[in-house]
Write a protein that binds this ligand. Structure first.
Ligand SMILES: [Zn+2]
Length: 151
């Protein structure tokens, strides 16, 4: 699938700055997703010429969390994300569904399998009971985000 998208510098900065706040109060290994974001923001050079192009799907994943935080309120979103497995699964399944829109067709099924195994594994503190559960949630979100004009 090929589509033209516009990612503003503001979006990139939000993605870059978000984890710095988080680092202050989240204990290590509690929510690896957040630490993963921190790693992402600290190590990846957002000024690299091809940054947006190379990381488009990941940026749209993180941007989806930013949108979720606007929807729920940032503090509430983090609280629910940390304390509720079902909330975490929904948040991640939506983000991965959006991410999949920017992953080439040929990698779609392999990516879905990989994301499902992550969501059922220690990376997300087992927010899905098993891989089938995670995959069902992913596929349900894939259908929901496909027709949305704004992700
Ligand atoms: Zn995520």
């Amino acid at each position: 699938m090929s589509r033209t998208i516009y990612l503003s510098p503001y979006d990139v900065l939000r993605v870059k700055n978000r984890p710095n706040i988080i680092d202050a109060f989240i204990p290590a290994n509690v929510v690896v997703e957040i630490l993963g974001s921190a790693w992402f923001s600290h190590l990846v050079d957002v000024n690299a010429e091809d940054f947006v192009e190379r990381n488009l799907s990941l940026l749209w994943h993180e941007r989806t969390h930013v949108r979720q935080q606007k929807r729920w309120g940032t503090a509430y979103w983090y609280w629910k994300y940390i304390t509720s497995k079902s909330f975490r699964l929904e948040a991640e399944a939506e983000a991965y569904a959006v991410e999949l829109l920017y992953i080439p067709e040929v990698y779609q099924e392999a990516s879905i399998e990989m994301f499902a195994s992550w969501l059922a594994g220690s990376m997300y503190s087992h927010c899905a009971k098993n891989e089938l559960w995670a995959e069902a949630s992913l596929r349900s979100w894939i259908n929901k985000v496909k027709d949305r004009r704004v992700h």
